[in-house]
Design a protein around this ligand. Structure first.
Ligand SMILES: Nc1nc2c(ncn2[C@@H]2O[C@H](COP(=O)(O)OP(=O)(O)OP(=O)(O)O)[C@@H](O)[C@H]2O)c(=O)[nH]1
Ligand SMILES: [K+]
Ligand SMILES: [Mg+2]
Length: 339
């Protein structure tokens, strides 16, 4: 049996197994097996002919956003509308066959937008199921959307068996299930500490390790073609924005949401005795520290750092003298004083 067949067999068995106390170990084991086969599937193949080809696009700008969706939902139309790059759009499926990068300039940041070929042929009519289909596709390659990394400490050891502990009450996993899953991965010595009530799938994610956690905004385009009731229903779903590229509806709101999901922060710098430079913001991730600002300005600046003066919402006083660990907030102004 090939890996694909094995995966499909296990998926079928999971689907037909009722979820209850009596089947939880069996299900846990199936899930561990499934994750294992999927990982094998994603491993780069040794034969040159079937080597997985990625899209070679230079990473640029302050953040990147990929347009993942069914064929002909309007991804290329969106890219052409929001950036100065034109990407061919047409009414037939798979118009786009490669990755087309564009840049959105927003609040002083350059956001790289990637237009990609549609995924899953003929699935555009997926209707209500569409969103779960896409999620499933991304899940199966190890991408976790709008989730955080499970708070589980996991460390394989040389000996001593499996030590299992938890700081919270667990309702989905038990020591026995954890051991069973670990044995499936041929791990017989490890330290495991659950700091959160995680599911078997989340535990498997921690063992496998190479999961990618990223924010996701579900964008429903072509609302000009559906009823107001349907638009209303979609707009109320979590993490959703409804738009129409054709009629240019709600695009400003989409940008605002995009900005929020990217969690970026603009910091302005200021030289002593001069006004802040509002034309050239430093763009960092939300939660960035003064040290991050220093690194962005110059590699060696942090080592010459004496203190910084910060104006803005992150401080009680404006200006306030702060150290390297101070957390910056959006639109703060900073003046760095060197030793
Ligand atoms: N009615 C309507 N049509 C739209 C809208 N946005 C895009 N379209 C049309 O939908 C068709 C598909 O658009 P594309 O931009 O090529 O879609 P795509 O997702 O890039 O498609 P692939 O690259 O083939 O996966 C085109 O005929 C567009 O003109 C919209 O908001 N409303
Ligand atoms: K198309
Ligand atoms: Mg396209």
């Amino acid at each position: 049996m090939g890996i694909l067949e094995k995966i499909s067999e296990i998926e079928k068995e999971i689907a037909r197994t009722q979820k209850n106390k009596a089947t939880e170990y069996h299900l846990g084991l199936l899930k561990a097996k499934l994750a294992k086969y999927r990982a094998q599937l994603l491993e780069p193949s040794k034969s040159a002919s079937s080597k997985g080809e990625g899209f070679d696009v230079m990473k640029s700008g302050d953040a990147r956003v990929a347009l993942i969706g069914f064929p002909s939902v309007g991804k290329s139309t969106f890219l052409s509308l929001m950036t100065s790059t034109a990407s061919e759009a047409a009414s037939y499926e798979f118009t786009t066959l490669t990755c087309i990068p564009g840049v959105i300039e927003y609040k002083g940041a350059n956001i790289q937008l990637l237009d990609l070929p549609g995924i899953i042929e003929g699935a555009a009519q997926g209707g209500r199921q569409g969103r779960s289909l896409l999620e499933k596709e991304l899940e199966s390659v190890g991408i976790r959307l709008n989730k955080h990394k499970p708070n589980i400490y996991f460390k394989p050891k040389k000996g001593g068996g499996i030590s299992f502990n938890s700081t919270v009450t667990l309702t989905q996993c038990s020591e026995k299930l954890v051991q069973l899953i670990l044995h499936e991965y041929k791990i017989f010595n490890a330290e495991v500490l659950f700091r959160e009530d995680c599911s078997p799938d989340e535990f498997i994610d921690v063992i496998v390790g190479n999961r990618v956690y990223m924010p996701c905004l579900y964008v429903y385009n072509k609302i000009d073609q559906i009823s107001m009731e349907e638009v209303d229903r979609l707009a109320r779903k979590p993490n959703s924005v409804v738009i129409s590229c054709g009629m240019k509806l709600n695009l400003d709101y989409l940008l605002e949401m995009l900005w929020e999901y990217l969690a970026l922060t603009c910091i302005y710098t200021k030289k002593r005795g001069q006004r802040p430079d509002f034309t050239d913001a430093i763009i960092l991730r939300k939660g960035a520290s003064v040290e991050h600002v220093c690194h962005r300005i110059h590699r060696s600046l942090a080592s010459q750092f004496k203190y910084a003066l910060v104006w803005g919402t992150s401080t009680k006083y404006s200006p306030q003298r702060v150290g390297l660990t101070h957390t910056m907030e959006h639109e703060d102004v900073i003046q760095i004083v060197k030793k």
